[in-house]
Design a protein around this ligand. Structure first.
Ligand code: FES
Length: 156
């Protein structure tokens, strides 16, 4: 009896082992926040971040990189809570008034989020919505003293 039961169990186990499909495991590259492109020689664009303590940090960056990605790449204090999807205001920057007009106009979504930014100024922008261009070579932006990160209780 025991031998029969054991043989039956082995047959069942073999059946399931043979019938179980082998599942593939796919891996895609991860898009990390703070990923920026290495500028080509002679095509470097300069950007300066002024941090809360007044320190200036100047970097050579590529056209097309967002201010959020640049700041995060260099470990500056820019949170980017929504991952750059224009759904928070934690990437708030204050743009040097001399270059503000070189940046394309903010969208309605960006303006809506800017309305929630702590310490909003006339030249405030969201770092995730501003991308480096040749016209912005030499851009200077300041990080505000504080940012506001909306939480569930802010909507209650
Ligand atoms: S990272 Fe959230 S709006 Fe820019």
């Amino acid at each position: 009896m025991l031998r029969t039961l054991l043989a039956s169990s082995i047959r069942v186990a073999r059946y399931h082992t043979l019938r179980t499909p082998v599942r593939g495991f796919a891996v895609t590259s991860i898009r990390l926040h703070g990923h920026i492109h290495t500028p080509k020689a002679g095509e470097e664009l300069k950007i300066t971040f002024i941090t809360k303590d007044g320190a200036q940090h100047t970097f050579d960056v590529s056209e097309g990189d967002s201010l959020l990605d640049i700041a995060q790449h260099y470990n500056l204090d820019m949170e980017g809570a929504c991952g750059g999807s224009c759904a928070c205001s934690t990437c708030h920057v204050i743009v040097d008034p001399e270059m503000y007009d070189e940046i394309p106009e903010p969208t309605d979504d960006e303006n809506d989020m800017l309305d929630l930014a702590f310490g909003l100024t006339e030249t405030s922008r969201l770092g995730c919505q501003v991308y480096m261009t040749k016209e912005l070579d030499g851009l200077r932006v300041a990080l505000p003293a504080m940012t506001r990160n909306m939480t569930v209780k802010d909507f209650q």
